[in-house]
Write a protein that binds this ligand. Structure first.
Ligand code: NAD
Length: 432
């Protein structure tokens, strides 16, 4: 099939590359000329395990193309995926749909034969209706259908998630579009992926309901961890004890920092805004958002307690700054709040992240990126394990840290507190 991905970010690039690998002709379009020029030179703009090999292979065999020309790419394609960003609006909780509507206006002048237009971006319920309205102002409704096909990939596992999705949700009541999409996804459904055809509005809501539920699970276990810290109970025992109940399930039950990333924070806010629009009080999700927003300050208070309120000139090392491992995505990472707060209090911050220096911290004169774990931790008074990269899971702290009075705050509970005690390391973790 001839496909076009509009928006070549985490979702558009991964999905486009994987579809080309399944034998389709794919054009990945972006308005960012620098990104497209880099991709044409085989430079991959994001960190995603396994992505580079797939891009190189399919670019070389000619099934994958990159372009800045949206109009021309739409004309050449039968199925068009909209994969642009849907961030939170500057004022309030609602999703900013300007990129979606902009693209819809650009597409409508390039439709002269039947096109299936798909929203892969996460969009609030009824956005598909709006897109249909915008396009039909210039094009006959017979020439296009608007389908919702929300994306569930996880950064860091995106390629695996494409090939082995838990489910494929197709929101349309247009039989022809459904048939085409069933065929497009048949290499995945033939290997066991579940294909669910729903109404367009249901598909849009499924995405927000899923993300809100997962954010709720994380927030629930984080609050349980707060309680555990007061009563001398280990949160890891609680996670295992409740996670083994099949009705609950063990995933997303690891206590840690506030949830972050490009999806949960904005999607929980957007669904609350949708609830308000349709006069429905989503009180559970509202309190999840509040609890999560308080979490970084709460963990910061623990940092102050660990350092006995003496933060000025203390050398604090962050291991990992991205919101989770195996991605370079910094969007809404809790380090964005914690590092500047500590730097403003006079701490000297070093950090190491396997995905490299983060320009967002460059404006602080007392925040330094160091090139490896060893150099980053060697002088530290306090080491904060912020992100659960494998690189941080078996460090010989005793050997590598020169300051013998160093402390560790393990925000991911990677290490065993018993083993740390045996080594006489001053070790603090979450919910313990
Ligand atoms: P991103 O910011 O990485 O990429 C979006 C891209 O769209 C950018 O490269 C931008 O330049 C491009 N773009 C914007 N307007 C354009 C236009 N008019 N023409 C061409 N290109 C344009 O965003 P992302 O993380 O890939 O997310 C995209 C959507 O997918 C969002 O709605 C997000 O919520 C959803 N989603 C993201 C993930 C994830 O893990 N990142 C997972 C599932 C769903």
């Amino acid at each position: 099939m001839k496909l076009c991905m509009i928006g070549t970010g985490y979702v558009g690039l991964v999905t486009g590359v994987c579809f080309s690998d399944l034998g389709n002709d794919v054009i990945c379009v972006d308005r960012d000329t620098n990104k497209i020029n880099q991709l044409k030179k085989r430079i991959i703009p994001i960190y995603e395990p396994g992505l580079e090999e797939l891009v190189l292979k399919n670019y070389k065999n000619g099934r994958l193309k990159f372009s800045n020309n949206l109009k021309e790419s739409v004309i050449k394609s039968d199925v068009i995926f909209i994969c642009v960003g849907t961030p939170t609006k500057k004022n309030g909780n609602a999703a900013d749909l300007s990129q979606i509507y902009n693209v819809s206006k650009q597409i409508r002048s390039s439709i002269s034969k039947l096109k299936i237009i798909i929203t892969k971006s996460t969009v609030p319920v009824t956005t598909g209706d709006e897109i249909e309205k915008i396009i039909s102002q210039k094009t006959s409704k017979k020439l296009f259908s608007v389908v919702s096909n929300p994306e569930f990939l996880r950064e860091g596992e995106a390629i695996r998630d494409f090939y082995k999705p838990d489910r494929i949700i197709i929101g349309t009541n247009n039989k022809k579009s459904n048939k085409v999409l069933k065929k497009l996804y048949s290499p995945l459904t033939s290997r066991g992926a579940k294909y669910i055809n729903t109404s367009r509005r249901a598909a849009e809501l499924i995405k927000y309901a899923s993300n809100s539920f997962l954010a709720t699970k994380i927030t629930f276990i984080n609050e349980m961890a707060n309680l555990c810290e007061r009563i001398n109970v280990n949160i890891e025992d609680i996670s295992i004890g409740i996670g083994l109940d099949k009705r609950i399930g063990g995933r997303f039950l690891r206590a840690g920092p506030a949830y972050g990333g490009s999806c949960f924070p904005k999607d929980t806010k957007a669904i609350v805004s949708t609830g308000d629009k349709f006069k429905t009080n989503l009180s559970v999700i509202k309190s999840v958002i509040k609890s999560n927003e308080n979490r970084s300050s709460l963990l910061l208070k623990r940092v102050f307690a660990i350092l006995k309120d003496k933060v000025k000139n203390k050398k604090i090392c962050f291991l990992g700054v991205t919101f989770k491992a195996n991605t370079d995505d910094m969007r809404d990472s809790s380090s964005l709040m914690m590092i500047p707060s500590l730097a403003k209090k006079g701490a000297i911050i070093t950090y190491y992240d396997p995905t490299g220096l983060k320009s967002v911290f460059s404006k602080y004169k007392n925040v330094f990126y160091l090139k490896d774990v060893k150099t980053a931790i060697s002088d530290s008074d306090l080491i904060i394990i912020h992100t659960e990269w494998n690189d941080f899971k078996s460090i010989n702290f005793k050997k590598l840290v020169k300051n013998k009075n160093f402390k560790i705050f393990d925000m991911r509970n990677i290490y065993s507190s018993t083993e740390m005690k045996e080594q006489k390391i001053k070790y603090f973790s979450i919910g313990c």
